[in-house]
Design a protein around this ligand. Sequence first.
Ligand code: PLP
Length: 417
Amino acid sequence: MMNDTMEDQKGFTTTILHSDRLLKPEFGALHQPVHTSVTWGFEDVQGLVNVFQNKAKGYAYSRQGNPTTTALEHKVTQMERGKATVSFSTGMAAITATIQSLMKAGDHIIASSFLFGNTRSIMQTYADIGISFSFVDATNVENIKNAIQENTKMVFVETIANPATQIADLAPIGDFCAEKGIIYVVDNTMTSPYLFNPIKVKASLVINSLTKYIGGHGDALGGSVTDTGLFDWTSYANIAQVLREQIKPDMLGITQIRKRGLRDGGGTLSPEAAHTISVGAETLALRLERACHNALTLAQYLENHDMVSKVYYPGLSNHPQHALAGNLFKHYGGLMSFSLKDGIDLFAFLNRLQLVVKSSNLGDTRTLAIPVAHTIFFELGAASRAEMGIPDSMVRLSVGIEDTDDLLQDFRQALEA
Ligand SMILES: *Cc1c(COP(=O)(O)O)cnc(C)c1O
């Protein structure tokens, strides 16, 4: 007989599959229904007052959440082995809410210089309104230590960087942040909770773009922030006094993110998208097993091809953080990049690919390819791209779950034409 403690004992996929059912939806439903109600009515007005005053669990207005998003948040919390999760309309909404809810003008954030482009870009916007940033090479904890200031309140890194697949010095950075009492935010999108749980490296908050591997089918946008429970919010200066009076100490951080990010910021996940993402998440482990296998196979094939000048993939033994990736992650991920040798027409090559879709998303079931310098890193300009080691001939591949031989055959015909 399965019970409410099943999540503590069962494996990753079993836990997700049975998560909704254990919340006991009506009529024995196996999926949490899509609750489209914007507002919630109460027989006794005291019930409404209690929800507003944080004295009772419940829903008042769906901008702050509804049972469908709650069920998804519960799944993400279980996947990340965390304490609590807030969901958002997109991964970017989750990131902006995290910074906006916890920082004040005059605070300082140390961030990886290899961040997702839009994350880097929103940080530049926050710099304009008074939060300061140091961007450092996060593959070495010494660079983080050297950037610390008296007003440093947050360190923000990603697990595997996109597109060049650098891996942050995750565990030593976690030790350093814990020692200094700094909020440690890890964007786990590229690895997903199936390959890695940032709680293992002492992350305070874990970001996931649910749009990518967790939803996994390129059919719904979403994002999340999970509190691992490791950070002590009671001594954190930027927690609102009114929350300190109403909320349990361990829930202060995530509650402030929900109030400021959803209630005030309004980046709320729709119940329809929450349902789509929830169903997608049921096969996260199965999809990633196949995608990671396909990616490693393709990386090894491309590495040995004489039209390819370089392959960026943590699963290759010449990757600078190959050993680190092997120690931390279950597999090496579904994202890889490669560059072609000089003189080869990049666009003609991409146009010869027949299965692989020319597209900007990642974490889809289908394999997607994009020329990096001309698209996602175009706005940066040639000088910054050169500084970041992004050659003009770089292709980023988000490897999908197609049959391995079909993928190999598509690359073979496109490279050898
Ligand atoms: C895509 C992505 C995001 C943003 O997620 P959206 O759901 O597209 O807003 C954030 N971080 C990383 C690492 C991503 O790949």
